[in-house]
Design a protein. Structure first.
Length: 738
């Protein structure tokens, strides 16, 4: 009720496995229907923890399915709202939620952003996307099951969604006996509570013996006193766990120890025989024994299903079992009858009531889930330890071979995870190299989704697959895996690992240019740790290797001399004519431009005399050797110096215009925020009234937030606020905007 009024809340349901957490959560359906809300759910999987956002993805795939069932008119309205929220970045979300393409259609390739900007963009996009579905007209309920297995990326997203999304209820179920105070989930909940987020918790205890007596008496339709002996036995065995208790009763019935006496119209239980049974009190072991009573073919199918996940579909099962759809569905049918596997769509009936594979060769694809994690765990335990690796390897190979290119892309994490489990059995060097390449691809996909923990795991798995001679025999693959490992370690604030991976590249790189990417990562890593002087030293060393030198202790005389050299290069021409310079093609100079641009922010803080020299050098290289993307920033920074320090307003203004026009010509959307901030904060006001500038600053703020340039976006917002003050905006209105 509170969420329907506009708030965001989280309700956690804690308790042991099998205690009834999911059953409690399912009670919420009635009020959701009453409030016209959407209910979506996803579940984290004990055997697939390396798939980023897995439960969120599952939940929003579910939502896309619900939307696709609505009328064309409603679907068009959803399309318009989603596109308005995500702008030109729809592909970023399609990469994570493929079903979204069915609603908004194919989207242009998203701009590739660097490091933290990509993370910021993804976070903002997901927030905006979720906000489309969280309104007064239809609040949203997201149920995330088994949060104890959630990846760190999901937990970060959880924090973001709770921050500023209204009309949102997040339900989370987790096993509190598997979550210590130092567990990532506990730390996330603590952080949320500190920020003022509303987090409630219901802890479900086991059933007491009197409650168990009620359950058993109700099951056997008898007096409480008559059910007491059996209750005592069941309670001793199950310790009040409802799932275990119901499965235990079912097993006793299956074994004819509980039977119905038709003469006296009553259930009978042979307590002496039950007591004589040496039944295990380990629920997984117990469920494994129940599964072993099933036909061998059914057991074999369940083993494969357990490897696929807590939820699985018939098509995947057909591929990995290498049987027809009819044979697979028939083998699964006994598990459905026993209630150990639950169908999640009604289509499954067609696959069990027909002997004809003609019915099965349709686009329909029934989906199923295990009754409980403990059933999946028990099915998985039926695979002997010496067969687990070969089973996963075979599944991965079959999924790879039998999937189309687009399906392979969609199931990339799934395929790579299976192959990685069986990696010890891959002896062929070419197959090892192919899997290393797949890990590189999976790591990059995880990096784009800002799942840095998963990304580094894939990159490291790829590196471990490389032969000892990798730096000679497959150099480009080794270089890419190590570069990515260094960058993702930096993004994950693991600076020690970043340094280790970067050092390996510096030791083995065949050319100086092959070290540029990790050197940039090292510079950003040092800056991120507040070691600006060290980042400058790294940058100056690299520039020196590229034959670009700077004085160790720059003076005003050095600045004057460098300014004179740069000025002489364009003194006889209009700055606007530099727009038509050819593109810079020298790879060494392009590398130098990147390093120079990376150093400017660090120099601004700790080496003010070096900063203008870095800017002058970028302008000098651009005029002498052609324009490149970094020239956009160089010309803007140079215009700032001409206007604000040298007093050359006319030429400084022209360089500001040159920077704007070059960015426009090169179509560099990710450069807009910084480009516009520099020009509109430091240059435009010399010749334009502030009232003509402030709208651009507001736009720069929005674009900066959208493209992940958070710092630049915030500086644009701050500038907008005090420029608006100086234009004489009405103060109470301005205070609200600020």
């Amino acid at each position: 009720e509170r969420v329907s009024a506009g708030s965001a809340e989280m309700m956690l349901v804690a308790g042991f496995s099998g205690i009834g957490k999911t059953a409690v959560v399912n009670e919420i359906h009635k009020p959701i229907v009453r409030q016209r809300g959407y209910f979506i759910k996803g579940k984290y999987d004990q055997f697939n923890r390396n798939i980023p956002f897995s439960a969120f993805v599952e939940a929003f795939r579910d939502l896309m399915g619900q939307l696709l069932s609505e009328s064309d008119e409603q679907l068009q309205a959803w399309k318009n709202q989603i596109l308005a929220a995500v702008g030109d970045n729809g592909q970023v979300l399609i990469d994570v939620i493929p079903e979204l393409v069915g609603i908004i259609g194919q989207q242009p390739t998203a701009i590739e952003l660097s490091s933290s900007a990509a993370q910021n963009r993804f976070n903002l996009l997901f927030q905006k996307f979720v906000q489309v579905f969280t309104t007064r007209e239809h609040p949203l309920v997201i149920f995330l099951d088994d949060l104890q297995w959630a990846d760190s990326t999901s937990l970060n997203l959880l924090k973001l969604l709770m921050e500023d999304t209204g009309y949102l209820l997040i339900l989370g179920a987790y096993r509190d006996n598997e979550v210590s105070p130092a567990h990532p989930l506990s730390l996330t909940i603590d952080e949320l509570v500190k920020t003022g987020a509303k987090v409630n918790t219901i802890t479900l205890p086991p059933l007491s013996e009197p409650e168990m007596n009620l359950l058993i008496a109700d099951t056997l339709n008898c007096e409480l006193s008559l059910a007491q002996p059996l209750t005592k036995l069941v309670y001793q065995k199950t310790q009040g766990n409802p799932f275990f208790a119901t499965q235990f009763l079912k097993a006793l019935h299956d074994d004819k120890l509980i039977s119905f006496d038709w003469n006296i119209q009553h259930w009978q239980c042979d307590i002496a025989q039950v007591k004589a049974l040496a039944l295990t009190d380990d629920v997984v072991e117990f469920m494994a024994l129940q599964l072993q009573k099933l036909p061998t073919k059914t057991q074999d199918i369940l083993k494969l299903a357990a490897c696929i996940g807590a939820e699985f579909d018939l098509n995947t099962l057909v591929i990995v079992s290498e049987q027809s759809a009819g044979t697979t569905a028939t083998a699964l049918w006994k598990a459905l009858q026993e209630g150990l596997v639950i169908p999640t769509t009604k289509i499954y009936k067609f696959f069990t009531q027909s002997d004809s594979d003609g019915v099965l060769n349709t686009s329909a694809n029934p989906t199923y889930r295990f009754l409980h994690d403990r059933v999946q765990q028990a099915a998985y335990s039926l695979i002997s330890a010496d067969r687990k690796q070969i089973t996963h390897l075979h599944i991965g190979q079959l999924l790879q071979q039998k999937s189309s290119v687009s399906e392979q892309e969609e199931r990339l994490f799934e395929i790579v995870n299976h192959l990685n489990i069986g990696v010890a059995l891959i002896a062929d060097p070419q197959e090892q190299k192919n899997l290393a390449e797949l890990n590189l691809k999976a790591g990059r996909k995880a990096k784009i989704a800002t799942a840095y923990g998963a990304a580094i795991a894939y990159f490291v798995a790829g590196i471990e697959l490389l032969p000892p001679t990798a730096w000679e025999s497959c150099y480009l693959l080794a270089l890419a895996l190590h570069e990515e490992s260094a960058e993702v370690s930096y993004l994950n604030t693991d600076f020690e690992s970043m340094a280790r991976w970067a050092d390996l590249v510096l030791q083995h790189a065949q050319t100086l240019l092959d070290t540029i990417k990790v050197q940039q990562t090292r510079i950003m890593g040092a800056t991120a740790q507040g070691q600006s002087l060290e980042s400058i030293q790294i940058g100056l060393y690299v520039l020196s290797s590229l034959e670009i030198e700077f004085p160790a202790q720059p003076t005003q005389a050095d600045i004057g001399q460098a300014f004179g050299v740069t000025r002489s290069l364009w003194a006889d021409k209009a700055p606007s004519s530099l727009l038509d310079l050819p593109p810079m093609s020298d790879s060494r100079l392009l590398a130098a431009m990147e390093i120079l641009a990376t150093l400017v922010p660090a120099a601004f803080g700790v080496a003010p005399n070096l900063m203008p020299l870095l800017i002058f050098k970028q302008v000098e290289l651009s005029i002498q050797s052609g324009n490149c993307p970094v020239s956009v920033f160089a010309y803007g920074d140079y215009g700032l110096i001409l206007c604000g320090i040298m007093g050359d307003i006319e030429n400084g203004y022209e360089f500001g215009e040159l920077a704007l026009n070059l960015r426009e010509r090169l179509q560099l959307r990710s450069f807009i925020a910084r480009n516009w901030l520099i020009v509109h904060l430091f240059i435009k006001h010399w010749k334009n009234s502030l009232s003509k500038i402030i709208n651009k600053l507001q736009e720069a703020y929005c674009i900066g937030i959208e493209t992940g340039e958070i710092e630049t976006g915030c500086l644009s917002a701050a500038t907008y606020c005090y420029y608006a003050y100086y234009t004489g905006q009405e103060l109470t209105e301005l205070a609200q905007i600020m």
